[in-house]
Ligand binder design. Sequence first.
Ligand code: SF4
Ligand code: SF4
Length: 278
Amino acid sequence: MTGRIFDIQRFSIHDGPGIRTAVFFKGCPLRCAWCHNPESQSPRPQLMFYAHKCTGCGRCAGVCPNTHTAACTGCGRCADVCRSGAREISGYEITLEEALRTVLRDRAFYETSGGGMTLTGGEPLAQPDFARELLRLCREQGVNTAVETSGFAPWEALEGLLPLLDHVYYDIKGIDPALHRRNTGVSNEVILANAERLKQSGANVVFRMPYIPGFNDGELAAVRAFTEGSPLQLMPYHDTGAGKYAALGRDYPAAAAAAPERAFMTALAEETGAIYEP
Ligand code: SF4
Ligand code: SF4
């Protein structure tokens, strides 16, 4: 069995407790305006071009079957000959065994830090079979497991993973249906229904709200009310993904948003009883 991913990041400290290895699934049904991993959205391999690294050597032009037009298929020939790192292909197939082998490399760090593996993305629930098998293999090896998800999937996809998960980080990006659709491209009906079932399931869940000024910041009170009784973590906007939009030849829909100050987020978390980890 193989899965489509775009990265495996070792020594991650932002994707659950302790030191973790984050497996980034490629493909997501949402199009959040503020997404900081735009290369995660399409399930297909994609060319990323970093113009500031290009030396103008011209090697790439000679190998492209599509003359570098919008018809790019992500074949990767240009990236193979580019020596400056200006061209990269994001996205590849990986076998379960290969993914597990990479995760197990840092087992000693998981044991000393209370860490483990986190499935993230992209949307892990869009590849439920690969996600489940990788979690199962990690569990067999005694590795702590977590998932970060938008919850936009049939309930059965999430339910099938729950017995294999130590932590579930579940995004609630807004309660107002029209605003949610405008910000993410999809309805929040399924997301909220799955969240209700998740609350009843006994899973170790932390709800997360991306806090994006000008997009969904007015939704905080409603999100706090919806998640009452469960932990809610605030994830403030940052613009680290901006360069990736340029590399994909796309406009960044949230370019005008401003990153909130730490002190402001700390006060907001205190006021609402939410978690904020600067
Ligand atoms: S990945 Fe590179 S070589 Fe392949 S079609 Fe796209 S631009 Fe051309
Ligand atoms: S091969 Fe790389 S460095 Fe050379 S022109 Fe193409 S993108 Fe630029």
